[in-house]
Design a protein around this ligand. Sequence first.
Ligand SMILES: [Mn+2]
Length: 205
Amino acid sequence: MTLPREIFIGDVHACASELGRLLDKVGLTQTDRVYLTGDLCNRGPDFLGLLKLIQEVQAEAVMGNHDWALVRHLEGKKSLPRVAENTAKLLKKNPQALAYLRSLPFYRRAQHGDIVHAGLEPGVVLQDQNPEALTEIRTPWYKNYHKERLVFFGHRVMKQPLIQEWKGQPVAVGLDTGCVYGGRLTALVMPEFQFYSVVARRSYG
Ligand SMILES: [Mn+2]
C-alpha cells in the first residue's frame, strides 16, 4: 500500500486564486493531504475565497503571526496592525471565519514531517515550543536544527524554497516564496520531494 501524497504549501496571504492554480498544477486528488504554513490572511485580495477553498480541499493549516495577531486583537489583547485592518473588518462580519482562525494549531504533525509557521527554538522539543517562537522566530534556526524529522515552514520570504540539510539529508524546508509580494506560491509534494509553483497574478503587498 502506498501512503497518500502530502502537499506542503507556503504562506498564502489571501491569494485564493493562486492557491487554486497551484492545486491544479500538482494535480490534487481525493487522497492527497494539503498542509499550509499559515499567514492565511492580510495583504492578499480574497481571504473569504481562500477559506472556502481550504474547506473544499480540507487543507490543514497552522497559525501564522498575521493570523494570531488578528485573533488576539479581536479578543481585546493586542492593538491592530495597519496591514490587518481589512481582515479585521471581514472577521467582525464573519464569526465562522474568526472561529476558524482561532482554531488553528501552532504546529501539525504529518507523515513526512512537522509543519510550523516560522520555526523552532533550538533545543526545545516541538510540544514545548512557545507560540511566539513558532509564529515569529526570525533567526536562521534551521542551521542548528539537527534532527531527522523534517520541518516545513514559511514566514521567511525567499526567492527559491530553502532546503536545509544535515548529514546529507534535508531536515528543514522553507516554502514562503513571496506570493503576496508578486513572487510565487510554492508547494512541496511528498514523498516525491518535488516542488511546484505558480507565479502571482500581481504584487498585492
Ligand atoms: Mn509570517
